[in-house]
Write a protein that binds this ligand. Sequence first.
Ligand SMILES: [Zn+2]
Length: 108
Amino acid sequence: MSTGLPIAMRPFEERSRQSSLERALTCAFWRTVQNEPIPVMAALEAAARALGHLYRQTAAAHGPGGSCGCGWQPDPEADLIVLEAMLAAAVMQQPVEDLAEMEVAGRA
Ligand SMILES: [Zn+2]
């Protein structure tokens, strides 16, 4: 089960913690590939597998007999659609730095 809320509508604290987690995962990825060079797609495949493992482990903690009582109920089919959409959106997202190079389209 997902919250179903677009990222921009989530509470500030949750978005802040998501950003913190993204930074930590990104730093771990780049630190690892700098120390142990690996073909690009092999590295990205490993990152995708790690995310899948994290989902499975998290879902196990929330399924029958799971240890977490937060109320989240895994729905692998729906959750994977959300995760695939996040992956696609991140791939298609323009880097923020590009905004400075964009031409002004009009005047206010
Ligand atoms: Zn939980």
